[in-house]
Design a protein around this ligand. Structure first.
Ligand SMILES: [Zn+2]
Length: 114
């Protein structure tokens, strides 16, 4: 194998690795979107179930139950874990990645539901 061929092979590999790396980035982005979506749906599901239960208990639907959802400890644990995993759980940025920093809204929310 000539030096030229070796060089060509190496640059080919370099190109492939670059493309793979790009694909990996895309997949990672898709995965994070799916995770967010999943978390969002889980919370939505939780609220819908809760609403269903409460409307079975009493036919009147309270209008102000949206602002202060009263989350049982299991729900609280899930949200706390979600926060630890690096996602917002506050109303402001719910479901978006938190990027290392603490979020005041999230912390307030956690304290409120504790
Ligand atoms: Zn937040």
């Amino acid at each position: 194998m000539s030096k030229r061929q070796i060089f060509d092979q190496v640059s080919d590999m370099e190109k492939q690795i670059g493309e793979l790396y790009e694909q990996l980035g895309d997949l990672k982005e898709q995965l994070s979107k799916l995770l967010e979506e999943n978390h969002r749906l889980a919370l939505e599901n939780y609220h819908i179930r809760k609403r269903l239960e409460s409307s079975e208990d009493q036919p009147k639907i309270e209008k102000n139950d949206k602002k202060t959802p009263d989350i049982p400890s299991e729900g609280y644990d899930n949200l706390a874990r979600l926060y630890e995993e690096g996602f917002h759980i506050c109303n402001v940025h719910y479901g978006s990645p938190r990027e290392e920093e603490d979020c005041l809204f999230c912390l307030l929310f956690l304290n409120k539901t504790k």
